[in-house]
Every structure is written in structure tokens, then in C-alpha cells.
Design a protein around this ligand. Structure first.
Ligand SMILES: Cc1cc2nc3c(=O)[nH]c(=O)nc-3n(C[C@H](O)[C@H](O)[C@H](O)COP(=O)(O)OP(=O)(O)OC[C@H]3O[C@@H](n4cnc5c(N)ncnc54)[C@H](O)[C@@H]3O)c2cc1C
Length: 602
């Protein structure tokens, strides 16, 4: 049945509307076609990437290019691309799925794949003219050509619209000449096409161009040497210099001054895809860690039997589980919204653009949450391996180094944290998400007398769902009071924004894990989902602590006297369980399952 406007939450609305478990998509909902795709990608990952891991670590850039070509031949580069341009047009969930399972072998390939299929191709599919799409997208979708995305400059990183690269119109008005320097460009060493952002005259905003790059006829383009990096060692990363590079006017993307918009929207897609790209890495890290922990004995005991190690295994599993739950939930929302817009008469291009833009908040949330989870997982993975974890001979060392970049590119996690809250406040002001009404209700609740009724928590997750609802109140209480206090100056209070964002992130992740589990309990039964229930409860328990810490810091920072006391009392009420879960037992149950299966098995 086709989803309608009514059924699908708008981006950011998860905060103020209740989502029913039936309305979330979960990895257990993959279609037969998606399952087949997943197997094909897993097989490709084992054969072409993992089997050659050492070569990637030894900076074999040619191998990255070779494997990218093979991925193109198998159609993996064109999953998101419409059939009319040589792709498979499999929808957003499948796009995420491929990205997820192809990315865990090495961050080198994952980065090349992400840069090409996401920010290297999407600006054309999303903003290109029909001619541009016909000319370039089929080549990119099949891997005949590779794409790169040239936004960052030595002086323009997070402040992406401040670049100094210029585009000057020729006297005959037929072309632009590009001059400038780009930095940190993934795939630069083997790409045939660059999405380049440059400024025309003294325009406020940059403009996007499609620039062809032929090594034998470089058209004023020169590349710096490969950067020597902490991780993703076989991913090509170079500076790119443009000296009177001639680009025909028909290669301008969208209109003059539209480049910043293109850059931001391409990054929205990039962000959720990056979250997807961290998921299988996380599963793989846990699997490698538990296999080692089951084998390695100290004090005549497999280290997996020690409580300290069980703690780590359980935490790693539950964060991976929440990451999957939230990423596929958002992916399906995006897919449904695209379909809905197409049904309403939008072109594929318009629908996709608006569909992804709608969930920009969720894309930022996911980027931050999953990139930090995979990093923590890799760190604990090293710890489980002990001294061997520190050695290049074990996979943990590379996993840890490769994970690190995900917090930096596609917008740093600081920028994404601030964006997530900033975009939500903007949506509220535009009337797309009603934050004001619910925030006022929370205010009234704070003034009122708390209910002393004992609610009925006998149904599965009854208390957990109430906890999530209360965490939402914390966000509304903190963000509402902060908006009232600082108004348009809120963005100057970065520590507050970041704290609010951490609250927002935890709400989305915890809710997603609970809804996925609830849905699965209804169809597979409570016994079959016992460990998933434990993971959802563990994730929520941790989320509550994070929300409490950030809520408290925020309140103390901006409220004083009676107001502070009232808000802190509200916070205390909203983070209080009636029945605390036995978190130690939950961790043991999760770890025992992972140990018995000797892998991430959910
Ligand atoms: C391996 C690699 C591959 C990359 N690939 C590409 C690519 O293909 N194409 C491309 O265009 N770019 C690419 N980048 C660039 C990447 O997107 C930037 O590094 C990133 O956006 C951060 O910019 P920066 O490095 O200039 O750091 P800066 O912007 O200088 O940031 C430094 C620190 O200051 C913080 N900060 C900055 N501004 C603010 C602010 N307003 N408020 C609070 N904190 C702030 C940041 O969060 C960060 O912690 C790549 C980078 C790397 C390392």
C-alpha cells in the first residue's frame, strides 16, 4: 500500500509525534530482492576487499581503483541511479543496504565508494539538466568514469561557502575559467569528473560546475601528491589545482550561486550513507572481537567469560543494533517520501531532492551517532585484543584508524550536531514541526502537580516508551527555554546547542531500537527477541544518562534561581524510571548470546 502524507512523519517530527512500531522499517523487513543484493555485496566484500586487506593497508591506490571498476561492472555503483541513466533504481533502502555491506572491508574502499556514488554522482542526478544527466550519469553508474567532489579548500573547510576558487566567464560567454586550489579531495587520483565549487565575481554563494578531468589533456588541472593519512590509507586524497581550467557554460550545475545549496544537499545524502557505511564495520569489529575473546585464555579462562569483557561485548552489540535500527528507519522514510512526491507528480529528481532534504535532521543525527559508535566499538575492540590489538597484525588497529575519519568528513560532528538542532528550530519557525505547542505543554506540566498514580507497565516496553516520551520532554523543556532566553542568538551558545543535540540524538536512536524490537516481537514472539529486548533496554538506559547529563549542564548554564530549580526538578522527574532495569543482567544476557553465536547475530 502506498504511503500517504498522513502516514509518514516529516523530518524532525519524531520528537513531537508518537511513532507506531508498525510504521518503522527494520532490517528484518528487507525484501527478497534486497536480501539477494545483500548476499551479493557481502560476497563481493569478502572476495575483492577483505581478501586483499594487506594491500589496502600498504597504500595500494591502484587496487582501490580496480575494485571500484569491478563494483561498477556488477552494478553496485548504480543502485541509486534511475534506469534511464544506466542505474538499477533500487530505491533508498537498497542504496543504504549496498553502502552498508560494501563498506566494512576497509575504509579505503568505503571512502572511494561513498565519494563516488554519493557526493561525486548525486549532485548531477539531483541538480543536473537532462543533457548533463544523459552525458555523465551512465558513465558514473557503470564505473566507466569515477567522480570526485571538490568543495574544501585550504581556507574553507567547515565554512564551505567561503572558498576562494573563482569562475570567470569568457569574453564570448561560452565558457568559464576556473582558478584556485582544492584540498582533501577523495578519489582525485583516479577520477574523470570533478564536481567543483567556485565563486563567480563577488557572488554571495558559490556555484557548482561539472569539470571533466583527463590526465592526458589536463586542461590546467594539476594534482598534489597523495596525502599520507592516519587511516583509509589506499583511498586517494589529494589537493587539486586549477589554472585557467576551461569549463563550457553548459556544465554549470543548477544556476549561478546555487552551489552552496547543492553542496549542502549532496552532503545530506552523504551523511546518512556514511552512517550506513559504518554499520557493517561495527558488526565486523564485534564479530572479530568476540571470536578473539572466546579463544584467548588468561587465568585459565576465555577472556569472554570475564564480566569486564562481557560489558564491552554487550555495549558494542547494543550500539550496533540501535545504529541499524535508526539508519534503516530513516532510509525508508526518505524512500516513502520520494515515492509520495513522485505519485503527486514530481519528477524523480525533484522528489529525491525534497525527500532527502526533508530528513536532513535525521541524516545529521545518524552521521554523528553511528560515526561515534563505530569509533567506540573499534576502541573497545582493541582493548579486547589487549597488546595484540595494538599490532598491525590484527584487524583492530586498521579498523580503529579507518573509523576516525567518519567524525571529520561530510561535515564534522560538531557542525552536524549544531546543524541538527538549528534545522529543527528553523522547521519549527516555518511551521513544519510544531515544537511550540508541545513545549508549552511541558511548561504547564512543570508548573502542575505531578501525578502519583502508578501506571500499568505490564505490557512489553510500556515503561521504556514512556521514558522515551519523557526524554522528548527534556529536549522540549531545555530547547524551549533556551530559545525563549536567547532567541536568534541561540546559535552563539554552541555548548548549549551541542548538549541539546546529544539529547536529540539519543532520543532518535533509543526510540528506533525500541520500535524495531517491538515490531519484531509482534511477529516473531518475545522469546525469539529476548536479546534484542535487552539491547533496546540497555541502549535506552545509557541514553537516559546522557540526556540527564546534558540536560543538567544546559539548565545550569542558562537558568538561575527558581527557574533553575523548577527545570532541574522537571529533569529529575523526566529521567526517573519507576522500575530500573537490571543493567548488569541485561549486559550478561546480550554478551552470552554474542559469545554463543561467536558473532554479531542480530
Ligand atoms: C580523508 C579526507 C577526505 C576528504 N574528502 C573530501 C572530499 O572528497 N571533498 C571535499 O570537498 N572535502 C573533503 N574532505 C574535507 C572535509 O570535509 C573537511 O576536512 C571537513 O569539512 C572539516 O574542514 P577542515 O578540515 O577545514 O576543518 P575546520 O573547518 O578548520 O575545523 C577544525 C575544527 O574546528 C571545528 N569548527 C569549525 N568551524 C566551527 C564552528 N563554526 N563552530 C564550532 N566548531 C567549528 C570543527 O568541528 C573541527 O573540530 C576530506 C577530508 C579528509 C581528512
Amino acid at each position: 500500500m502506498e504511503a500517504t502524507e498522513k502516514d509518514i512523519l516529516r523530518g524532525g517530527q519524531f520528537l513531537v509525534k508518537e511513532t507506531k512500531c508498525e510504521d518503522v522499517f527494520t532490517p528484518e523487513d528487507f525484501s527478497e530482492e534486497q536480501k539477494m543484493m545483500k548476499e551479493a555485496v557481502q560476497e563481493f566484500n569478502e572476495r575483492e576487499i577483505i581478501a586483499h586487506k594487506a594491500r589496502f593497508e600498504a597504500k595500494d591506490y591502484a587496487l582501490t581503483e580496480e575494485v571500484m571498476k569491478k563494483a561498477g561492472q556488477l552494478g553496485f555503483l548504480g543502485v541509486a541511479v534511475p534506469e534511464a541513466y544506466g542505474g538499477l533504481d533500487m530505491g533508498f533502502v537498497s542504496t543504504l543496504l549496498v553502502c552498508d555491506y560494501i563498506s566494512s572491508g576497509t575504509g579505503s574502499f568505503s571512502t572511494a565508494f561513498g565519494a563516488h556514488t554519493g557526493i561525486g554522482t548525486m549532485p548531477i542526478t539531483l541538480y543536473g539538466t537532462e543533457e548533463q544527466k544523459q552525458k555523465y550519469v551512465p558513465k558514473l553508474a557503470t564505473g566507466e568514469w569515477f567522480g570526485s567532489y571538490c568543495l574544501t579548500e585550504p581556507g574553507a573547510g567547515s565554512d564551505a561557502n567561503s572558498g576562494k576558487t573563482t569562475a570567470t566567464l569568457s569574453e564570448d560567454g561560452k565558457s568559464y575559467k576556473i582558478n584556485g586550489q582544492k584540498m582533501w579531495i577523495s578519489n582525485a587520483g583516479f577520477c574523470h569528473l570533478m564536481i567543483v565549487f567556485a565563486r563567480i565575481e563577488d557572488d554571495k554563494n558559490i556555484t557548482g560546475f561539472i569539470v571533466e578531468y583527463d590526465k592526458n589533456n589536463p586542461n590546467g588541472i594539476t594534482l598534489g601528491e597523495e596525502e599520507h593519512k592516519l587511516g583509509i590509507r589506499a583511498s586517494s586524497t589529494r589537493q587539486v589545482f586549477y589554472s585557467d581550467t576551461v569549463v563550457p557554460i553548459e556544465n554549470m550545475l543548477a544556476g549561478r550561486g546555487e552551489g552552496f545549496k547543492i553542496a549542502m544537499n549532496a552532503l545530506n545524502v552523504g551523511r546518512i550513507k556514511l552512517a550506513g557505511a559504518c554499520l557493517d564495520s561495527q558488526r565486523r569489529i564485534l564479530t572479530t572481537a568476540v571470536q578473539y575473546a572466546n579463544e584467548r585464555k588468561q587465568f585459565n579462562t576465555p577472556i569472554a567469560d570475564f564480566g569486564a569483557i562481557k560489558y564491552k561485548l554487550a555495549e558494542m552489540a547494543s550500539s550496533a543494533y540501535a545504529g541499524e535500527s535508526a539508519t534503516y528507519r530513516a532510509a525508508k522514510n526518505i524512500e516513502d517520501r520520494i515515492a509520495m512526491r513522485q505519485a503527486a507528480g514530481n519528477t524523480h529528481q525533484e522528489a529525491e531532492l525534497k525527500g532527502v532534504e526533508e530528513y536532513a535532521i535525521e541524516c545529521s543525527i545518524l552521521k554523528v551517532a553511528v560515526s561515534e559508535d563505530v569509533q567506540n566499538c573499534a576502541d573497545e575492540g582493541i582493548q579486547i585484543f589487549g597488546g595484540m590489538g595494538f599490532s598491525e597484525e590484527t584487524p583492530m588497529e586498521a579498523a580503529w584508524r579507518d573509523a576516525r575519519i567518519a567524525r571529520i568528513y561530510e561535515g564534522t560532528n560538531e557542525i552536524n550536531r549544531m546543524l541538527s538542532v538549528g534545522m529543527l528550530v528553523k522547521k519549527a519557525m516555518k511551521g513544519h514541526v510544531d515544537l511550540l505547542g508541545p513545549a508549552q505543554k511541558v511548561q504547564e506540566e512543570l508548573m502542575g502537580i505531578p501525578s502519583f498514580d502508578t501506571p500499568d507497565y505490564s505490557e512489553l516496553f510500556a515503561e521504556e516508551k514512556e521514558m522515551v516520551a519523557k526524554l522528548k520532554k527534556v529536549f522540549l523543556m531545555v530547547a524551549g527555554a533556551a530559545v525563549q532566553k536567547f532567541g536568534p542568538d541561540l546559535d552563539k551558545h554552541q555548548q548549549l546547542l551541542i548538549a541539546a543535540s546529544d539529547i536529540l540524538i539519543e532520543i532518535y536512536m533509543a526510540e528506533s531500537a525500541i520500535l524495531r524490537t517491538e515490531k519484531n516481537v509482534k511477529r516473531f514472539g518475545e522469546d525469539a527477541q529476548a536479546v534484542q529486548i535487552a539491547m533496546a533496554k540497555l541502549y535506552l538506559y545509557n541514553a537516559v544518562s546522557i540526556v540527564e547529563k546534558n540536560g543538567k549542564e544546559s539548565i545550569i548554564s542558562f537558568a538561575e534561581g527558581d527557574e533553575q530549580r523548577m527545570l532541574l526538578m522537571g529533569l529529575k522527574r523526566f529521567v526517573k524510571y519507576a522500575n530500573y532495569p537490571d543493567i548488569v543482567d541485561l549486559r550478561i544476557a546480550i554478551a552470552e548470546k554474542v559469545k554463543a553465536e561467536n558473532k554479531y547475530c542480530f
